[in-house]
Design a binder for this molecule. Structure first.
Ligand SMILES: [Zn+2]
Length: 380
């Protein structure tokens, strides 16, 4: 680049993250084909941000980016406040498995005779499960400052008793102090939490929550439309932003956030990424598959498949990802899920995948995500 001394404005074109990643894909996918063909477009030459991708983008916009998200989730207290307010179970699969186990024990306690696939007890077992297999996903209503304070005390006592990985953190954070209140203000400011109050309707007795920005001297009941006057001293309460709550609630979004946090966790390193993308082959209108993340870090290009559970991977899904990887030739294919260890059958799938992609020099990298801090650094 040359700049003339008389030039007062310097224009630098910075490629978008999408353009940078597309550049990587084009260059790599043509490298080994050049010998036979002059120029070939990649087989998977279209990708668009998917529904979950747009949702993740929206959440990151509200949280202020990956780094503030990390800051928020590093704090055991706020992390749990968000998950609780969003009605999220950390491990929905484990929870459902526990329910299924309880129901089966129940069933066989009443009658220990075995259930054969074509025997008379099969409909009986199915009916037993059908009647009772209910998982309620409850999102609690708005919480007051008093709730937030009492949660703090309760969770702290609980975690210190369990003496798990977060115990050390809780020892250092003794109360819901001024500092916490200031953080609460910041969260309201950024819109991650919303402030409002619950007003009981004079007409029908319904308890309705109104966001502060929609309050007036008289508020209409969404049920019976009757107007009720705002109480003289309303008690403020808080809810988590709807978009954030929905994203956290959707299985997978939290694991994606965790992956991003662990990928970005190297200070000073260049890191850019694309949220979940639908990937298309040629002019097909149906996506061939979706890629959870595409990223460039430390001058390496990677794609990632992220699941919310270590058992979430299946052979067919991995096969499609591998097919895209063979075309795009990333340096790394990251396979991430929160958990303590990989089940043997999943580890075997990964080994097969690694063998398949080895000739293309693609490093297949299983990665266990952890909720606990300090965060592991993902070396790429
Ligand atoms: Zn009403």
């Amino acid at each position: 680049m040359s700049v003339s001394p008389t030039e007062r404005t310097l224009w630098v074109t910075i490629p978008t993250d999408r353009a940078a990643i597309w550049g990587c894909i084009q260059r790599r996918s043509s490298i080994e084909r050049r010998r036979e063909m002059a120029h070939v477009e990649p087989r998977f030459n279209e990708f668009h941000t998917s529904g979950p991708g747009l949702q993740l983008q929206g959440v990151l916009r509200i949280l202020g980016g990956v780094y503030p998200a990390q800051h928020l989730f590093e704090d055991y207290y706020w992390q749990r406040v968000f998950l609780t307010l969003a009605g999220v179970k950390r491990d929905a699969v484990a929870e459902r498995t526990a329910v299924a186990e309880r129901l089966l024990v129940d069933f066989f306690r009443r009658d220990p005779n075995p259930v054969a696939p074509d025997g008379p007890r099969l409909p009986e077992l199915a009916a037993h499960l059908g009647r009772r297999f209910v998982i309620r996903r409850e999102r609690p209503g708005a919480v007051t400052i008093r709730d937030l304070q009492s949660w703090f005390g309760r969770w702290r006592a609980e975690e210190l008793r369990l003496n798990g990985p977060s115990a050390e953190w809780w020892k250092q954070h003794t109360s819901f102090d001024e500092w916490r209140r200031r953080e609460l203000d910041d969260l309201l400011e950024s819109g991650v939490l919303e402030q409002g109050c619950t007003i009981t309707c004079n007409g029908c007795g319904s308890q309705n929550w109104y966001a502060a920005n929609r309050l007036a001297a008289r508020v209409a009941c969404p049920g019976c439309s009757l107007e009720t006057a705002l109480p003289a001293q309303p008690e403020w309460s808080f809810r988590v932003n709807e978009l954030v709550a929905n994203a956290l609630d959707r299985e997978g979004a939290l694991a994606l956030l965790l992956t991003l946090v662990e990928l970005e966790n190297v200070a000073g390193d260049m890191f850019l990424f694309l949220p979940p993308q639908d990937v298309f082959e040629g002019r097909n209108r149906e996506p061939f598959t979706d890629i959870d993340l595409a990223f460039i870090r430390s001058a390496k290009f990677g794609i990632a498949e992220v699941k919310s559970n270590v058992r979430g991977f299946d052979a067919a899904g991995l096969d499609r990802i591998a097919t895209v990887a063979e075309d795009w030739r990333p340096d790394i294919l990251l396979l991430a899920a929160p958990g303590a260890s990989w089940p043997p059958e999943i580890a075997a799938e990964f080994a097969r995948l690694s063998e398949r992609l080895e000739p293309r020099r693609i490093d297949v990298r299983p990665w266990l995500l952890s909720w606990d801090y300090p965060k592991a650094v993902l070396e790429v």
